[in-house]
Ligand binder design. Structure first.
Ligand code: ZN
Length: 139
C-alpha cells in the first residue's frame, strides 16, 4: 500500500470565500501515483471547511446568506467566544455547519465523483495563511 501526504496553503484576501480546489486535489492524485484507494481532504483550521458541492455562483451566494442567517458575523459581542478578545466566533460556527473535510474514492487514478461534485475550501476567517491536508492511501 502507498501513502501520500501534502499540505495546500491558502491566504484568502477576504474574510470569507469559497474556492474550488478540485484541480489542486487532482494534482495530488497524479503526484501520488495511486490508482485505487481513498483520499482524505480536510481543513487544518477550526475556522475553515472543506466540503463537496456544485460549482455554481448562485449556490455559493445562497450558502453565504444562509450561513450569515445562522451565525451572523456582527455584532461580534453577541458571542461568548469573542469575550476572549477574538472576533471569529461566527467563523467557528460556520465551519461546524460546513464540515471539517471530505473523503473521496480514487478509481482508475481519478476522483470517483458523482455528477457535479467538486471540492471546495470554505474560508470563514481569512486574510492569513491557512492549510488544507490531503492524505491518500491505496495502491
Ligand atoms: Zn476563535
Amino acid at each position: 500500500m502507498k501513502s501520500f501526504r501534502k499540505e495546500l496553503w491558502f491566504n484568502v484576501p477576504t474574510r470569507r470565500a469559497f474556492i474550488n480546489i478540485t484541480p489542486l486535489v487532482e494534482e495530488c492524485v497524479r503526484e501520488s501515483g495511486i490508482r485505487d484507494g481513498l483520499l482524505l481532504c480536510n481543513a487544518m483550521h477550526i475556522t475553515a471547511s472543506v466540503f463537496i458541492n456544485d460549482d455554481e455562483a448562485g449556490l455559493h451566494a445562497d450558502f453565504e446568506r444562509w450561513l450569515e442567517q445562522l451565525a451572523p458575523e456582527h455584532p461580534h459581542r453577541q458571542y461568548r467566544h469573542n469575550d476572549t478578545g477574538e472576533d471569529n466566533a461566527d467563523a467557528h460556527l460556520k465551519r461546524e455547519i460546513m464540515g471539517r473535510g471530505v473523503v473521496v474514492a480514487i478509481t482508475d487514478g481519478k476522483l470517483d465523483f458523482g455528477p457535479w461534485e467538486q471540492i471546495f475550501y470554505g474560508e470563514f476567517d481569512g486574510m492569513r495563511p491557512k492549510r488544507v491536508l490531503v492524505k491518500i492511501i491505496g495502491q
